[in-house]
Ligand binder design. Structure first.
Ligand SMILES: Cc1ncc(COP(=O)(O)O)c(C=O)c1O
Length: 373
């Protein structure tokens, strides 16, 4: 598929220069069609035929697993990232007084879950800014540290952690690694097959192009037998049909046990349709496209004297953030020109995806010429 065809999958391109995938990713037409088909089924026959339902859910799990280099039973569907972080931290075999190291720069989603649901854990927030994950945590390790929680990609600066290296380091010390993946998955290659990450939670709403209100959590198979059963319910069991509910099937012994009740099938199927687009293009290709656009943007904005806060060296995410003395005015100008980005704490955050073009990057950059704002 060439870029023109690809862009037809994203009607938003007709209206906006949309460079805000770290904010919210727009739904593809393919995913919308899947939602329309689901609505038709709900309207005309109330529910999916059971065999079709199981087949679709299994296939959806396979598609998410393929994106992550995981196994299909390592995936449970959730409503969002926060739910996945909650499931992970609730089910790790931790006890009162165990210590948890949390990246200080996490998006509030992780912070709210950690601070409000785990009063029995001793939390320390440490800054990862500008340093490797291993460097940071090695300074804070003691016998009580049992978990480290990080954002794979920091939502503001776009700096990215090498979660494989960090997880390996932690596993050698019997410490778990829990990752918020929402700012990375769909934009960067992620291979969890080496088993160095324990939990990775991700929502669909950003780089996976929606829809909002659906997500997944990866639960490393090496953990299954040690995990508790919190946030587990009837659909965490191996039902084949519902003709005789007095015969209760056993719970799954894998990630699926965390699917507590009736699933958001429409969300799941639309999400995996978007993931299919990414897999058909190849995640490496997707990442390369993003990096080409990001490099060009960096170049153009540097030329115009912007201060770029996103690290230039090290692994690259899809985010490029800058500081500008007139950030509010430039942001308004961008909106007037139908260029969509995010304004965060006075910083301007760009996040292009694979279907954006160099021409769009040039157009967005031109809005920084002083005569415009
Ligand atoms: C790093 C990060 N984590 C999580 C979220 C959102 O969390 P949730 O999917 O639970 O709404 C965001 C942005 O909205 C984010 O940038």
């Amino acid at each position: 598929m060439n870029k023109k065809e690809l862009r037809q999958q994203f009607p938003i391109t007709q209206k906006f220069t949309y460079l805000n995938h770290a904010g919210t990713g727009p739904l593809s037409s393919r995913a919308r069609k899947v939602i329309d088909d689901c609505l038709c089924i709900y309207q005309q026959q109330a529910e999916f035929d059971l065999d079709d339902y199981w087949r679709r859910i299994h296939n959806a799990r396979l598609i998410v697993a393929r994106l992550l280099g995981a196994q299909c039973n390592e995936i449970a569907f959730t409503a969002n990232t926060s739910e996945g972080i909650f499931i992970g931290l609730s089910n790790l075999p931790l006890k009162g007084g165990d210590k948890i190291i949390v990246m200080d720069e996490v998006f509030p989603a992780v912070r709210y879950v950690v601070d409000n649901n785990f009063p029995h854990l001793d939390k320390i927030y440490v800054s990862f800014a500008g340093r490797s994950g291993v460097d940071v945590v090695s300074r804070y390790l003691d016998d009580h540290v049992r978990v480290v929680v990080v954002d794979y990609v920091q939502y503001l600066s776009g700096s990215m952690i090498d979660i494989d290296e960090l997880g390996k380091f932690l596993h050698e010390r019997d410490i778990y690694l829990v990752v918020d993946g929402i700012q990375a998955i769909g934009a960067v290659e992620c291979d969890l097959s080496r088993g160095n990450v324990d939990i990775l939670a991700c929502g669909a709403a950003k780089w996976l192009l929606g829809p909002s209100g659906i997500g997944f959590v990866y639960v490393n198979k090496g953990l299954w037998q040690d995990l508790k059963k919190i946030h587990t319910g009837w659909l965490g069991a191996d039902w084949r049909d519902f003709y005789d509910c007095s015969k209760r099937p056993l719970m799954y012994e894998d990630a699926r046990k965390f699917e507590i009740g009736t699933r958001n099938v429409m969300g799941i199927l639309a999400l995996v349709e978007n993931i299919q687009i990414i897999l058909e293009l190849g995640i490496q290709h997707v990442h390369n496209e993003i990096i080409v656009l990001k490099n060009r943007l960096r170049e153009e904005l540097k030329k115009r004297g912007c201060t770029i806060i996103t690290p230039e060296s090290g692994p690259q995410s899809g985010i490029l953030t800058i500081q500008h003395p007139e950030s509010n005015r430039v942001f308004q100008r961008l909106i007037e020109s139908k260029v969509m980005i995010s304004l965060r704490s006075g910083n301007l955050r760009f996040s292009p995806h694979f279907y954006n073009t160099v021409e769009e990057i040039e157009f967005a950059s031109r809005q920084f010429d002083p005569r415009y704002y």
